[in-house]
Design a binder for this molecule. Sequence first.
Ligand code: FES
Ligand SMILES: [Fe+2]
Length: 450
Amino acid sequence: MATPQLMKPAPPPEDNPTDKLLPGEHTLPASWWTSPQVLDIEKRAIFSKSWLFCTHATRFKKAGDYYAFSFLGMNFFIIKTKAGEIKAFHNFCRHRAYPVVRKQKGSSVILGCKYHGWSYDTDGLLKKAPHFDKVEGFDPKANSLFGIRTHVSRQGLVFVNFDNTDDFVPFEEFFAGLEDEMNEFDFDDYEYHMSYELDGTFNWKTLMDGYQECYHCPTAHPGLNSAFKMETYKVVPKGNYCRHYAKIVEEEIESVKDDADPDVESSWFGFGKKQAAKKAPAKKVENPGGKFNGLWCYLFPTNGVNCYSPAWYSIRVLPITPSRTILQYDIYTKKGLAEEKKKEFVEFLQNVELEDFNLCQLTQKNLNQGVYTTGYLHPLKERGVLHYQKVVKDMVKKHFEMELKAGKEINPAQIGGKAQSEEAAELEALCSKIECMGKNPAEEHAGLEW
Ligand code: FES
Ligand SMILES: [Fe+2]
């Protein structure tokens, strides 16, 4: 039986006075924000083992509707099957690896590969392979698309996990408690409105550092300051997710002023360049954040779901290189919300997000210089940063130790074993030996700082 929607955001837990006595800690070293080797191992240790939030089920209206995604070069798509399920597949044809879907979104109950004409149904089963019908021993089932573990929460939030090993962590364990907490918000009452994207020249962790605290808000977010009581802002770690709390200002607030630094270049995709700074006279307006205190969750490693009363939005942070990251925002507005209110919310959100974006652009430039190494974090105000950086460190260290022991890289997303022939496995091993010739893998990794 479905759990009834509560629609009452839980209050933040009371402060523990002893929290203040905890000593602070330093950030991880800046090399973790710049090194290609660190990003490589993060891909195997974190992004190939975590449940990654992708989208909301409401966007799939009919069988065959699909959306394509890419996390660190792992291309995949999520599709609604004929039976109405949501499934995810690696986006490569089982014949010679050409992409099966080539658009970011589309709809088709037959997915035809445009290289040699193989085609698959919405369950990924190979339905047609020209001229293979007479090939002895060819098994279409064994040549179907590779599926990816998928979880659709009771609220319709869609997650994937690339871990193809038997050691994968089930969703309920990875995000224990998240689904119950998400029931405080009625996702059914919202519909997809729009998406936009920002292309940043910074590491994914540069963005998460800012996302995981509001210590910077009084200085960097004038709009947010008038919408929320910043002194009530709190980040509470809950394993692999963190809940953010703040009380909303219920009376009318000053309109968001656009006084961003005009020297800072912005790079909206789909919205053109940011206009030159203008000083609008402050006027009183209804709080664009609405009347709901908010259900904001950071989902390790790089995603966020943030619910307000007029709308909720998600953020996917996609690392591309150590110093390039794409941010994708999807906005869902309350059904029947007036266009004017939608616009107000989108503007409110985009202002705040652009302020964060610009903070990251300039921070990363300094991280790249190799002069700054670590910084001291506030034990309470930056608790969320300490928490997620610790999860990063622990996952990377654990995986690195496993690789050292095995004497080779371990990629949990790789689909080998059963799916490969014995000869393929043998040739794969030969390739690794050739790559390692003359070098000791332990030494190769020795340059990493912990
Ligand atoms: S690669 Fe798809 S049919 Fe050949
Ligand atoms: Fe911010």
